[in-house]
Design a protein around this ligand. Sequence first.
Ligand SMILES: Cc1cc2nc3c(=O)[nH]c(=O)nc-3n(C[C@H](O)[C@H](O)[C@H](O)COP(=O)(O)OP(=O)(O)OC[C@H]3O[C@@H](n4cnc5c(N)ncnc54)[C@H](O)[C@@H]3O)c2cc1C
Length: 569
Amino acid sequence: MSTDRSATLDSDVVILGSGGAALAAAVTAAQARLKVIVLERATVLGGTSAISGGALWIPGTRQAVAGGFKDSSEQARTYLRQVLGESYRDDIIEAFLRRGPEALAFLEDHTELKYSVRNLSPDYHPELPGATDCGRALEVGEFDGAKLGAYFERLRPPPRCMMGFGGMMVNRLDIYHFLNMRRSLKSFIHLARLTARFAIDRLKYSRGTRLVIGNAMIAALLKAAIDKGVDFRFGVETTSFLTDPAGSVVGVMAREANGLILHIQAHSGVVLGTGGLSRHADVLKERPGTRSDHISMAAPHADGAMISLANRQLNAQVGGHLQENFYWAPMSEMKDAHGAKVVFPHIVTDRAKPGIIAVTEGGERFVNEANSYHRFVQAMMAEQRRGVARFYLIADRRALNAYGLGLVRARPGLHRHFLETGYLIESGSIPALATRLNIDSSALQRTIQEFNEDATAGIDRRFHRGISSYNRAMGDANAKHSTLAPLDNPPFYAVRIVTGDLGSAKGLMTDAEARVLRTDGSIIRGLYAVGTDMNSVMGGTYPGPGIVLGTGLTFGYVAARSIIERIAP
Ligand SMILES: Cc1cc2nc3c(=O)[nH]c(=O)nc-3n(C[C@H](O)[C@H](O)[C@H](O)COP(=O)(O)OP(=O)(O)OC[C@H]3O[C@@H](n4cnc5c(N)ncnc54)[C@H](O)[C@@H]3O)c2cc1C
């Protein structure tokens, strides 16, 4: 029944958001022939997941077993106990270890999603018992975006700076070929093929249809959801939960962009997958070690509105057992010619490479630059608490040309634009660079002299950079020392970095079936939270590459299975 201003919709499951976790739930529920409605607040689908690396961290997948990687649930448990410490929740980690492989197998069997184990991708605390160098991190296969038909233009594209020619997606392998194209015919041919396909695509599409990383993951799930009849609605703002007299959630009230009020019944469950609270208006309170220059790369609508609503209306519990409220990563930012901000996440491409270091405004190194992005920002925050206000990555000419620095790609001589915008600072000598950056010149000279002496000998006495397998994997395997080289080839370059986050860890407390809990610990029947709406399974720590999406896809699947299993026969 509908009137001019309102309409009633009927469904089995309402899912809010369209990131990886939400779509995993949608596909699983739709596969069981449930009627699924996805309400997306944005006009595009995929959220942060669509611009992510798409990596999953799930121990014990069938790929890992088939690949003969040496690992076990007990070993993974040992590792997670070490990393999570007091944040370790037995029920939820057991559910993750048991159902993660099951979730991925289900999604691969019922969609075109394909994952393979990365040959070398160490855990982020490789020094701890139970850590492994390979077998747990998985990389998504490419997906042909043309298969999405009209939905291709509804898929959230990655930022232009993360694509070649402003529209050609690249994965880790492509970047490897890019860095080697002058040395290897194979790499040259690989890139020539990609570029040719991109040129053809651009005759018909707004960007390349060869989708990789997070875009490929979302596109594969989206295609399956569309094929299984999931109803997608865009620009929808949910205003309240519908509840029955027993307090169970039985639907939502929402408003479409055109003002139409939707009264949506959900006979079996409502799943929140709205991408967490990184964009909350009061978010500074949630991250006390940061400042107003902090940059979040979470999706623009991820303001925690549903988390707050569940708390206000249903007395749902928010947060608990967390070491950090966010998943951190250092960021840099440039204003383009039109004044628009272009953000770069310093995740894998530069910090760990030989000839690049990080310093404070005092000209001092403060961290093992080759540690994970989460640990790197923890060190920045510790410095900020001591009063440090500015941080820079510094490289010499050789390093800049070989690896790039932030937005500046490894393209010798092609960085004039970045110098003009002020993003990249160049100077002929270290003292001159210190002057340009307004940092302590003698301290910077001393720091670089010490670093250079150590790097020449292949050691880092200060921070032990290059000792761990993770450090070495992030470096350059072809270099003399994989993460260390002296900065002695002028000119010298700097890019300012700030703290940033990839998403939030603080979310709605759930049980091991992703059912949302009240502050008194009771279950809110009919309400599920997944992805970053769910309080971090990893207790706000970052054990390895892909832990957010690994747990996100797992508990998206688990939530849908819980709904399916509760439906009366
Ligand atoms: C550059 C980058 C790389 C990353 N790489 C990885 C990686 O390789 N592996 C990994 O595990 N993690 C990675 N992360 C982190 C990870 O991508 C995110 O934390 C994760 O994608 C969040 O997924 P989600 O399903 O919770 O939400 P999202 O994917 O953000 O989706 C949430 C959706 O909900 C919508 N929404 C918001 N509010 C509402 C509302 N009220 N109603 C309806 N819809 C709403 C949003 O518009 C959005 O579309 C990366 C992050 C970044 C920025």
